[in-house]
Design a protein around this ligand. Structure first.
Ligand SMILES: Nc1ncnc2c1ncn2[C@@H]1O[C@H](COP(=O)(O)OP(=O)(O)OP(=O)(O)O)[C@@H](O)[C@H]1O
Ligand SMILES: [Zn+2]
Length: 888
């Protein structure tokens, strides 16, 4: 296999990359983090798909941050064909997770498969290795340099076996082994089934089923014969019982018929008796009917004589004409009665009217009397009022005289109020003056009294001057003078006041007189008005009296008229009474005649009725006699039938029949129960036969099955042996192949080791059949790989890898190293010293020389670059953060 070209887009630090590979040694160099390993990872994932990833390193980690899609395209040649792998990826922007949405594998430009898992399988088959084998053999990943060295024996064994395709043999062996185990399980099952089957057969045979079947069948035949015999007997017994039962029932029936006929005869006899007694009763009734008719006829004859009607006259017509007469007589009476009643009621109403008139007259005269009495009273009142008025006049004359004596004439008396007013004013004026003067007088007296007291002491109380001849002396003398004048004035006012007082007294008296005169005048006025009113009243009463008198005379005239009319009505009533008596007499005569006629008619009707009922009774009697004859005929007929039935009964002995019946019944029952028992038994026997036959059938089946199982057992034993042989064959084959390969690998390992290893601490390496790796020191001491130093382990690993690569390129499955992928080394010099780096270069040369077509190395070691056929430099642009590769 040769890698031709790798193109990536948005993988790790690459935005886009297109790199072509040549044969020989290619070194890819660059500073840390520039994108060297990323290139190798892209190749790896391009070939094997997502299986190259892990939990710690998922698909989205492979895709360049921020990109939504990515791709890896790997072109390579193998055995003269061109192959292309296209892997496409997509990132979900929401979740950030990525998916392998495109995976196409082409051969010579044509699509082989287009699905991730199919691409994987196709690559695996073509390269004869999976991703793990690729890692262990061709791709020595950075940091995984000592994986094979450090692996557990078991894992190392599996890894190397897989690389050498020995693993397949183990797989085949396992298949043969599980087939053998499966057959073994079948064998054990079959044995167990055979054992169970044999036990079942023995168990069934021990009950001797064939003999049992014979015995049961014999008993069944015997019981069948017995049943046939019993059925015949049962039939016969039933026949006899039935014939006896028939005889008994006929006997009973006849007896019953006889009883019924006896009853009928009795019935007829009692009917005859009843009929005779009815006839007797009817005969008696006919006798008494005849007597009654006789009686009625003689009574009718008497009545006819009474009203003078011939006995054979048509009483119906006669009564009708008398009835008419009676009606008109009755009408005459009632019309007179009506007239009389009319007259009587009119008399009553006239009388009432008269009474009323008289009452009115009485009322009128009382009213007149009342009015006259009233007039008298009013006249008395008028006289009293005139007297009183006169007395008041006299009194006023006396008062006027008294007034003029006091000095008040009639004119003055009229103005007495004004005079009184003037006087009162004068009085008030005088009173004011008197008060003023007496106050002045009191002041003067006080002043004079004080001055006199000072003068008596002789000195001024303030200044202590002698008062004699002073102003006070003069002033006091003036005061004394004024005091005397004031006293005289006060006395004149007081006398004037006494005068006015007297005048006031006279005016008061005159005023009283004037008041009483006015009062009297007023009273007189009222009395005069009363007198006028009374006189008017008298006039009115006189007019009323006149009217009442007129009314009274009218009433009296009416009374005369009514009295005359009443007398006339009374006369008419008397005459109507006479007419009534006459009409009632003539009605009475007709009425009596009518009553008799009616009685005659009733009698005649009664006679008819009695005669009809007598006829009916006679008919009944005849009928009864006829019926008696019929009943007697019936009795005769029944008696004849009784005789016939007696003959039918003959001399049957019923008791004997009953006994016989009982005997046969019990015999029949016995037969039936025995038959039932036999039937039950035969059913049981049938069941038994079924059961035993079932057992025999089962026994046959079991024997058949036994034959089959024995055959199967033999067959399984043969198959088991075959599987066992196959298994051992695979084990042997693997052991042989492994021995051969391990030997070759061990030889190559030591050859490369002595070529590569420059120190002389170790003599050789040993890879034994169990894939244990042991390192021997010069003195023969054995060391486990884990005890080696880091650098030593790196060397041993490189050696082991190259040995495996060489072995593979020679192995029979491959046609040469050209089929293997390029040998890829990622930073192989990391742990190596200078001398060993030099040896590594020599090892690489050796690998190239033995025909490894491509060797791809990632390294920044100058000496490796120098020895390379092709050099690429990787750089990462710090601005775009994007890696790019250029050839050097
Ligand atoms: N998914 C990714 N998206 C973007 N950049 C990434 C992604 N994964 C890794 N890188 C970047 O890719 C760069 C290259 O890494 P790589 O392992 O290829 O470096 P290297 O050249 O092998 O370095 P060294 O010599 O240290 O081994 C790193 O600097 C890393 O930051
Ligand atoms: Zn003085």
């Amino acid at each position: 296999m040769k890698l031709k070209r790798v193109r990536v887009e948005n993988i790790r630090s690459y935005k886009d990359l297109d790199i072509s590979f040549e044969d020989g040694v290619t070194v890819v160099s660059g500073v840390n983090g520039s994108g060297k390993s990323s290139l190798l990872e892209a190749c790896f994932t391009g070939l094997f798909g997502s299986r190259t990833l892990s939990k710690e390193f998922v698909l989205s980690d492979l895709i360049r941050k921020g990109a939504t899609k990515a791709s890896i395209l790997v072109d390579f040649d193998n055995k003269g064909h061109e192959y292309n792998i296209e892997q496409g990826y997509k990132v979900n922007p929401k979740t950030g997770s990525a998916s392998n949405n495109r995976s196409i594998f082409k051969i010579d430009g044509g699509i082989m498969v287009d699905q991730a898992s199919q691409t994987y399988e196709a690559v695996k088959a073509l390269l004869k290795m999976d991703e793990e084998a690729y890692k262990n053999c061709v791709y020595i990943r950075q940091g995984e340099i000592d994986v094979l060295i450090n692996a557990k024996t078991k894992d190392r064994q599996r890894m190397i076996d897989d690389l050498l395709q020995i693993g397949k043999l183990e797989e085949y062996r396992e298949r043969a082994g599980s087939a053998r185990k499966g057959v073994g399980r079948h064998q054990r099952e079959t044995d167990a089934r055979i054992k169970d089957n044999v036990a079942d057969i023995e168990n069934l045979e021990s009950s001797n089923p064939y003999q049992v079947l014979n015995t049961v069948k014999t008993e069944m035949n015997e019981t069948g014969a017995k049943i046939t015999d019993l059925e015949a007997k049962k039939e016969r017994a039933r026949g006899i019982v039935e014939s006896i039962e028939e005889k008994i029932s006929k006997y009973t029936e006849t007896q019953e018929q006889k009883k019924a006929i006896d009853l009928e005869i009795k019935g007829f006899k009692s009917k005859i008796t009843t009929t005779y007694s009815e006839i007797e009763r009817s005969r008696n009734l006919v006798g008494s009917g005849r007597q009654e008719v006789q009686h009625l006829k003689s009574a009718t004859a008497d009545l006819s004589k009474q009203i003078n009607v011939p006995e054979d006259a048509d009483i119906e017509n006669y009564s009708a004409s008398i009835e008419k007469e009676e009606v008109s007589a009755r009408d005459a009476v009632s019309s007179i009665v009506k007239k009389k009643e009319l007259a009587q009621s009119s008399e009553r109403s006239q009388n009432e009217f008269l009474l009323n008139l008289n009452e009115q007259v009485k009322t009128t005269s009382i009213a007149i009397q009342n009015k006259e009495d009233k007039i008298k009273t009013i006249q008395e009142d008028i006289e009293r009022l005139s007297a009183e008025s006169r007395k008041l006049d006299d009194e006023n004359t006396k008062r006027s005289k008294e007034a003029s004596e006091l000095g008040f004439s009639a004119d003055k008396l009229e103005n007495i109020e004004d005079i009184a007013e003037l006087l009162s004013m004068k009085q008030k004026q005088l009173h004011g003056k008197e008060r003023e003067r007496s106050a002045t007088l009191a002041e003067l007296e006080k002043r004079v009294k004080k001055a006199k007291e000072l003068l008596d002491k002789g000195l001024c109380p303030t200044c202590g001057q002698d008062l004699k001849g002073s102003k006070i002396c003069e002033e006091t003398a003036v005061d004394e003078e004024q005091k005397a004048g004031m006293l005289a004035k006060l006395q004149s006012i007081r006398s004037e006041q006494a005068d006015v007082e007297t005048k006031v007294e006279r005016v008061r008296k005159a005023k009283e007189i004037a008041k009483s005169i006015a009062e009297n005048d007023h009273l007189t006025q009222i009395k005069k008005k009363d007198i006028a009113a009374n006189e008017k009243l008298i006039e009115e009463n006189h007019r009323t009296i006149r009217e009442e008198r007129k009314k009274e005379s009218g009433l009296k005239e009416q009374i005369t008229e009514v009295t005359i009319s009443i007398r006339k009505i009374r006369e008419e009533i008397i005459s109507l009474g006479k007419d009534e008596a006459a009409a009632r007499d003539s009605h009475k005569v007709v009425k009596e005649k009518l009553d008799v006629a009616r009685k005659i008619r009733t009698n005649q009707l009664e006679i008819g009725k009695v005669q009809t009922s007598m006829q009916r009774l006679q008919d009944g009697i005849n009928n009864g006699l006829e019926k008696v004859g019929l009943f007697e005929d019936q009795i005769k007929d029944r008696k004849q039938r009784l005789g016939q039935l007696e003959k039918v009964l003959g001399d049957v002995n019923i008791d004997k029949l009953q006994t016989e019946k009982m005997q046969y019944d019990s015999a029949y029952k016995g037969i039936v129960s025995e038959l039932e028992r036999s039937n039950l038994r035969i059913k049981e026997l049938h069941k038994e036969v079924g059961r035993v036959e079932g057992e025999i059938k089962r026994l046959n089946e079991l024997q058949q099955k036994h034959k089959l199982l024995t055959n199967k057992k033999e067959f399984l034993a043969a198959v088991y042996n075959d599987a066992e042989e196959l298994e051992t064959m695979y084990i042997r084959l693997r052991a042989e192949m492994r021995a051969k390969n391990i030997d070759a690998l061990d030889r190559l390992l030591n050859e490369i080791f002595s070529f590569m290893y420059t120190n002389n601490a170790y003599s050789h390496i040993k890879l034994d059949q169990e894939y244990n790796l042991t390192i021997y020191e010069k003195d023969g001491t054995a060391l486990e790989p884990k005890l080696l130093s880091g650098g030593e382990r790196a060397i041993f690993n490189l050696v082991l890898r190259c040995a495996i690569y060489r072995l593979l390129s020679h192995s029979p499955g491959t046609t040469g190293s050209s089929e293997l992928p390029p040998l890829i080394l990622d930073e192989p010099t990391v742990f190596l010293d200078r001398g060993h780096v030099h040896q590594l270069i020599k090892l690489i040369d050796m690998m190239r020389d033995i025909g490894v077509g491509q060797i791809l190395i990632v390294s920044h070691d100058e000496s490796l670059i120098d020895s390379a056929d092709h050099v690429f430099v990787v750089e990462k642009d710090p601005i775009t953060n994007s890696s790019s590769i250029s050839a050097k």
